[in-house]
Structure formats: structure tokens, C-alpha cells
Design a protein around this ligand. Structure first.
Ligand SMILES: Cc1ncc(COP(=O)(O)O)c(C=O)c1O
Length: 393
């Protein structure tokens, strides 16, 4: 008999009932150190007092009004995002997937309005992940995601990650945009080198192509910059954001330049819940905290410390791990053992990590994780690795 919850997830046998900072408590009382943070969502950990306060204050005042009216919390968050990024304008969504939908629509509408309606093709790369909607799966294009769900939304050209020749050969008058994650998350924590990000920007400028960054997972302070692309000193035309921006409350956004957004006039897009007062009250508080330079400096310091400890872990367990990779607090342990065995061994030690493609274990802790918790987490991973080695002996 089918379970009452559609069985699309393989869930670990864990039921968390409360959380505080980087810790989660299981129904049976066990405590777990959370290095997954809801897959890069709980940017400030669990039950951050300032976010609880922002949410409850808004909840006591007003939960929802339609986008037919002005929403002050939405305006505040949009103004903060515009002030601190390349963007001139923002549309709020409830998720990264919805941000992908709008990014694709925005790029196509741009060319339609410029009198080039045939310019609809969007270049994407292998290993990418942009959500599970029809546009999202068509954009990623992997067999795992699209099999059985055809006919797919047309207009995506999939290129091998890192294949510069293929990229140059694919450029034509039909390319509307290039869509890329500056650091692939689901694909196994694969950062695009700064030189490649710069190269993409140059290529787009040369051919008038729109550059779309998907910073749903790597954005909002995760890499030690407010947005990952800042490291390369370039900016996109359109950017998708979600996950960390809501700190655990469903919220996403599409940020764009005035030029890229020029086709999106009244009536061309909308969302009942997108930019909801509760979500934006929390989002504005997250932005205030994460967008602060001193906070990001701390993220970089913690990231350096964590990376150093992880390098030691890899060196100590050459049978289990191959390398550390990633940027900031978006880290991956490329495994020699099976990544899901490492994740399961972590559960037994009371540490939560997340598997990714390419046999990687993802570490995406809260950005405000304490130094003591970083040290403890690596001790727990060390014990987990020893168990994996024993089990494989
Ligand atoms: C890079 C990236 N884009 C898009 C998405 C989809 O976001 P959501 O699950 O909020 O719809 C994800 C989710 O993991 C993601 O990592």
C-alpha cells in the first residue's frame, strides 16, 4: 500500500523534534550536530533568536496579503538586496525551483521584446541542479532527473562541465542565456574556477548573451562572500537565490539588472505567496545579519579552520577519503568509500552530513557554527571514518 506521504524520498530513520544553533534533538532525546543545515537552508542555525523574533512579530501583526498591495517587509528585503548586489530589481518566490522558472522566462522574454523571438536556447552544464519543475529538470537534463517525465520543455543545450571548446562551439544567434551554478551543490560541491566565471562573463558580453547564476545553494554567505560570484569580480545579469535567504522559512528570489528584467512588465509573472510578509520579515533579518561584513569575515575564518581540520581528516583516512573541496562553508569530502556509508556512520556518531553526486559527502553547516562545534564535528567524522574503514576491511 502506498504510504500516506508520497514515497519520493528515501528518509533516514531520524525524527527531529527541536533544534538550537547547530544542534538537533531526536524524538528519543539523542542530540545531533547538524552539518547539513537543511541542505544549506538554516544559514543561522536552528531557532536563531533574532529570526524567531522577526517571525513572531510579523505573525502577530499580519500573515498574508496579496501582491495586489504593498508589502513593507518585501520592500525592505528588496531594497537591501538591491543595495548589496549587482541587481536593480527583485522578484520573490517561495523556492529555488520557482526562481529557476522565472529566470528562464525572463531571459526568453528579454529576447522576444528585443525583436529576436528565435533566441530561446539556454546553455547549461552536466552535474547541474536547478530544481524539479519541468523547466528545472529540462535545464539539468540528467537522465536521473528527466527519465519518464517527457515531453521536456525544449530549448536547453547541455554541455560537459569544464569543456571550453564545446562551449565556444555552441555559441550561436539562438543562445538567449547561459545558466550556471558558481559552485555546483547537488553535483558534488564543484566550484567553477574564478577564471571560468570571468571567461563566461566575457563570452556573454561578446555575444550579448544573458548570464544567469544559480546561487540557490552557494549564495547568501555560504562561500564567505554574500554571493559566490563576487570572488571572481564579475556579476551576472540574472541570479536565482533561495535556501539560506529564508533561514528556514520558504523564500526565494530572482535578482536582475534593469536591462535583463526589461521584458517583465505588469501581468507577465506572479505568485500568490511569493514575497509573503512572514517570509520577507525573516528574510530581511537574515540579510541584515549575513550581509554584514564582520559576519562574512567570521564565516571565512571558520571556513579556513574547518578546511584545515578536514585536510587532516582526509590525510588520516586515505582509505575512506580522497580530498576536500569547495569554498567557504560549502565543503565536500570526495570519498573513496561509498559516500552514503560515511553519512550513515556519521548518524551513529551523532553528526549529520548530506550525500551529493560524484561520491561526495557535503558539509554545509550553519554559517554561525561555533569553533568548538567545528572541532567536535571533525572528531565525530573521524570516528565515523574509522567505522567505515573497519566495516570495509
Ligand atoms: C543550485 C540549486 N538550484 C535550485 C534548487 C531548487 O531549489 P528548491 O528545492 O528550493 O526548489 C536547488 C535545491 O537544492 C539547488 O541546489
Amino acid at each position: 500500500m502506498i504510504p500516506s506521504i508520497l514515497p519520493t524520498y528515501s528518509r533516514a530513520p531520524l525524527t527531529f523534534v527541536s533544534g538550537e544553533g547547530s544542534w538537533l534533538t531526536e524524538a528519543d532525546g539523542r542530540r545531533f550536530l547538524d552539518l547539513g543545515a537543511g541542505i544549506a537552508v538554516n544559514a543561522l542555525g536552528h531557532a536563531h533568536p533574532a529570526l524567531v523574533e522577526a517571525l513572531t512579530t510579523q505573525a502577530n501583526a499580519l500573515w498574508h496579503v496579496s501582491n495586489l498591495y504593498n508589502i513593507p517587509a518585501q520592500q525592505k528585503l528588496a531594497d537591501a538586496l538591491v543595495a548589496q548586489t549587482f541587481a536593480d530589481t527583485v522578484f520573490f518566490t517561495n523556492s529555488g525551483t520557482e526562481a529557476c522558472e522565472l529566470a528562464v522566462k525572463m531571459a526568453r522574454k528579454y529576447w522576444y521584446d528585443k525583436g529576436q523571438p528565435e533566441r530561446t536556447e539556454i546553455i547549461t552544464f552536466t552535474g547541474s541542479f536547478h530544481g524539479r519543475s519541468s523547466a528545472g529538470i529540462a535545464a539539468a537534463g540528467s537522465e536521473k532527473m528527466v527519465k519518464g517525465f517527457g515531453p521536456l520543455l525544449p530549448g536547453f543545450t547541455h554541455l560537459e562541465f569544464g569543456d571550453h571548446d564545446a562551449l565556444n562551439a555552441a555559441i550561436s544567434d539562438e543562445i538567449a542565456a547561459i545558466l550556471v551554478e558558481p559552485v555546483q551543490g547537488e553535483g558534488g560541491i564543484r566550484p567553477l574556477p574564478d577564471v571560468c566565471l570571468k571567461g563566461l562573463r566575457d563570452l556573454c558580453d561578446q555575444h550579448g548573451i544573458l548570464l544567469i547564476f544559480d546561487e540557490v545553494q552557494c549564495g547568501m554567505g555560504r562561500t564567505g562572500k554574500l554571493f559566490a560570484h563576487e570572488r571572481a569580480g564579475i556579476t551576472p545579469d540574472i541570479m536565482m537565490v533561495a535556501k539560506g535567504i529564508g533561514g528556514g522559512f520558504p523564500l526565494g528570489a530572482v535578482l536582475a539588472t534593469e536591462n535583463a528584467a526589461s521584458g517583465m512588465t505588469a501581468g507577465t509573472h506572479g505568485s500568490t505567496y511569493g514575497g509573503n510578509p512572514l517570509a520577507c520579515a525573516v528574510g530581511a533579518k537574515v540579510m541584515e545579519i549575513v550581509g554584514d561584513d564582520a559576519f562574512l569575515t567570521e564565516v571565512n575564518r571558520k571556513a579556513g579552520m574547518m578546511r584545515q581540520k578536514l585536510e587532516g581528516l582526509v590525510a588520516a583516512h586515505p582509505d575512506v577519503f580522497e580530498a576536500v573541496r569547495g569554498s567557504g562553508l560549502m565543503l565536500g569530502l570526495k570519498c573513496k568509500a561509498t559516500n552514503s556509508d560515511v553519512v550513515a556512520a556519521g548518524f551513529a556518531q551523532g553528526v549529520l552530513t548530506v550525500p551529493a553526486a560524484d561520491n561526495v559527502v557535503r558539509l554545509l553547516p550553519a554559517l554561525n557554527i561555533t569553533d568548538a562545534d567545528i572541532a567536535l564535528a571533525v572528531e565525530k567524522l573521524d570516528a565515523a571514518a574509522s567505522h567505515v574503514k573497519e566495516a570495509n576491511a
